[in-house]
Design a protein around this ligand. Structure first.
Ligand code: UDP
Ligand code: MG
Length: 333
């Protein structure tokens, strides 16, 4: 791959990395080269080191020294996969940008098909996980999450579509230009519109190491998704309030006409009171979740902070795109 020209690459692969096994990273580069080099595609691989420990960090440094087409952005700490992807998008230079995991669960062999759609004029190419080689509880959670999200979202979110996708340059710019800090990409990307398609694939097993997604991280992702593109719980609260009010009025009417019935129902009344109190606390809980999201947005803290950037072809990033408030603490050469 000749990087002597100053032309930006045609394709950027954005790969978030958190404590990944070095063998995964090297194998990923090998498999990517096997599919892209014969097709004469001028590409760069942009690893985003999301606060990894020394073993992964050093491996990335080694790869950037060895391969001209590797660039690395190092975040100042672990911010999470989505902020890491956003950092990658904001620093990408390609006309098409493909996001993929660093653990080889997203097969590089699908990239030529994605690029084919892009050449035909598609701005967004989603991929759908037709099958997943994961534990049964994890598969069930993913299944439930996508269906729940799909049932209530204000935008049509493709079912079983993860973060492995292609975006055209204008789609990347549109995503980066959205002012919200907490970018729920699985909803935001369908929301930006443009011509899109979805291709199915069989999701492989992670090659080496373990998933860094803990249950609490997964739950946070689910809450982010449900809150970002779904106002139904908020609208449900007044409806529930009206139902309870109507029930209370009916009870009053009954007690006015036949007090002996109500006296006989004392036990049920206690249960009813508990149910109403429970509903009130649950509704306050829903408000609290939304309030927390509003608080996060109004604080407007950056979603990630770049500590350093390395690679032979590091260029100054276009900070005008960093509308998510990213801070680059070290300017690249
Ligand atoms: N990742 C990251 N930051 C995190 C967690 C994960 O950048 O805090 C990266 C990770 O290195 C991988 C991708 O995000 O490239 C997906 O993570 P993982 O494989 O652990 O998730 P899973 O595939 O199990 O959902
Ligand atoms: Mg994975």
């Amino acid at each position: 791959m000749d990087f002597s020209s100053t032309l930006p690459p045609q394709v950027t692969l954005v790969v978030p990395v958190y404590n990944e096994e070095p063998s995964n990273l090297r194998l990923l580069l090998e498999r990517v080269a096997l599919v892209l080099e014969p097709a004469l595609i001028f590409y760069e691989v942009l690893f985003v080191d999301d606060g990894s420990k020394a073993k992964t960090h050093d491996a990335l440094k080694e790869l950037a020294d060895e391969f001209d087409y590797v660039r690395v952005i190092v975040l100042s700490r672990n911010f999470g996969e989505i902020p890491a992807i956003c950092a990658g998008l904001a620093h990408s230079r390609g006309e098409a940008v493909i996001n993929m995991d660093s653990d080889l669960q997203d097969p590089p062999e699908l990239i030529p098909t994605m690029l084919q759609y892009w050449r035909e004029g598609y701005d967004v190419v989603f991929t759908r996980q037709a099958s997943r080689k994961e534990s049964v509880p994890r598969q069930f959670l993913a299944f439930a999450f996508y269906r729940l999200l799909g049932a209530f979202s204000s935008v049509k979110i493709p079912v079983d579509a993860g973060e492995f996708r292609l975006l055209s340059r204008r789609a990347v710019n549109a995503v980066c230009a959205t002012p919200e800090k907490a970018k729920f990409l699985r909803g935001l990307i369908p929301w930006i519109g443009f011509k899109n398609t979805i291709i199915p694939f069989d999701r492989d097993e992670r090659k080496f190491g373990d998933s860094s997604y803990t249950t609490s991280k997964l739950l946070q992702l689910a809450v982010d998704g449900l809150v970002a593109f779904n106002m139904q719980p908020l609208y449900f609260i007044p409806v529930l309030g009206c139902v309870i009010l109507a029930g209370g009025c009916l009870g009053l009417i009954f007690s006015a006409f036949s007090p002996q019935i109500i006296l006989g129902m004392q036990l049920s009344l206690v249960s009813l009171l508990l149910a109403v109190a429970g509903a009130q606390v649950a509704c306050t809980g829903v408000l609290a979740v939304y309030l927390a999201e509003v608080l996060k947005e109004t604080r407007a803290r950056p979603t990630y902070i770049v500590a350093e950037e390395f690679g032979k072809n590091v260029v100054k990033a276009d900070h005008s795109l960093n509308s998510d408030g990213a801070i680059n603490s070290e300017l690249s050469r």
